[in-house]
Design a protein around this ligand. Structure first.
Ligand code: SAM
Length: 255
C-alpha cells in the first residue's frame, strides 16, 4: 500500500540565517509530523537551537513532535580514513533505522533539518540512500535544497564565484595543498580545521567568512600576504569565545 508508506524529508535550511529558508522548505516543514533533531554536544548547541527556532517560527499550528537523538562522534584514532568514515556512517544508519521504525507510523512524515544544502559535505543523504536500499521498512524520501555556505560566502562578500568562463573548485582544508594550481579557477575551501590557507602563495586573494548569516558573522578579504595572520588570530579568538566555529573561504588570483 504505497499511500501508507512513511516519508523522510531532507530539508536544506540554509547555512545560518533563518531567512535563507526557501518557500519550498517552509512548505516541507509544514508537512512533517516529526523532526529528528541531532545533538552534537555542547559546542554545537547553538545550531540545535536554530533548528528548534526554525520549527517554532515557520510551522503553523504547532502539531509536530521533536525527537532529539545523540549523534555519534567519529573515532579520532584510525589508520584508514575511508574505513573509519564507513564504520561511523554504519552507526548513524542504525540510529536512523531505529527512528524510522519507532518514531514514525505508516503514512507519517519525518524530517531532518540539514544545515545549508543536503548535497554538499553532508552525509545524511548518503546514509538515507543506504537505508532505503536495505531497510525492512519501506519508505520514500525527498530532498529540499537549501542555500549553502558557498552561496552565503559569495553573497556576503558581494563576489561572483567564478571568473568569466572559468571553473570553481570546492574542496576541504585537508585536500588543499600548497601545489594547488590557481590559474583562472576559484577554489572554495570548507571544513578547514588546520588553516590550510597559510600554506598558499601570499599573492593569492582570500575572501573569508565565519558564522555567515548569523549575528556573529565575521568577514575578512585581501591578499593572503596581508591578511592571513589576521584571519588566523580572528578565527582563533572567535572559536575560543563562542566554543565552536564554522568558516569557509574562496581563493583566487587577483583580477
Ligand atoms: C559539514 S559542512 C556542511 C555544509 C553545508 N551542507 C552547506 O551546504 O553549506 C560544514 C562546513 O560548511 C561550512 N559552513 C557551514 N555553515 C557556515 C557558515 N554559516 N559560515 C561559514 N562556513 C559555514 C564550513 O566550512 C563548515 O566547516
Amino acid at each position: 500500500m504505497s499511500g501508507a508508506r512513511r516519508t523522510l524529508l531532507l530539508i536544506g535550511i540554509g547555512a545560518g540565517d533563518p531567512d535563507y529558508l526557501t518557500l519550498q522548505a517552509i512548505k516541507a516543514l509544514n508537512r512533517a509530523d516529526v523532526f529528528f533533531i541531532q545533538d552534537k554536544g555542547q559546542d554545537k548547541q547553538a545550531l540545535r537551537h536554530l533548528r528548534t527556532e526554525i520549527c517554532e517560527r515557520f510551522i503553523e499550528g504547532g502539531h509536530y513532535r521533536l525527537v532529539p537523538f545523540d549523534y555519534p562522534t567519529r573515532a579520532k584514532e584510525f589508520s584508514d580514513y575511508k574505513a573509519n568514515v564507513a564504520s561511523w556512517h554504519g552507526e548513524i544508519e542504525a540510529i536512523y533505522a531505529r527512528l524510522l521504525r519507532d518514531e514514525l507510523q505508516d503514512g507519517q512524515c519525518g524530517a531532518f533539518l540539514i544545515w545549508g544544502d543536503p548535497s554538499l559535505y553532508d552525509s545524511t543523504l548518503r546514509i538515507i540512500e543506504a537505508l532505503h536500499r536495505k531497510s525492512e521498512i519501506a519508505f520514500d524520501y525527498e530532498i529540499i535544497p537549501g542555500i549553502t555556505a558557498v552561496q552565503a560566502l559569495a553573497a556576503q562578500h558581494r563576489i561572483a564565484l567564478n571568473a568569466i568562463g572559468e571553473p570553481v573548485h570546492i574542496t576541504t582544508g585537508r585536500k588543499l595543498s600548497a601545489q594547488q594550481p590557481l590559474g583562472g579557477e576559484s577554489v572554495v575551501v570548507m571544513l578547514d580545521g588546520e588553516q590550510a590557507f597559510t600554506r598558499i602563495d601570499p599573492e593569492v586573494e582570500i575572501f573569508w567568512g565565519a558564522y555567515l548569516g548569523t549575528k556573529e558573522q565575521l568577514l575578512i578579504a585581501g591578499k593572503l600576504g596581508e591578511v592571513a595572520d589576521k584571519i588566523a588570530s580572528t578565527r582563533e579568538a572567535a572559536r575560543h569565545s563562542n566554543g565552536w566555529i564554522m568558516d569557509s573561504y574562496l581563493l583566487r588570483r587577483p583580477r
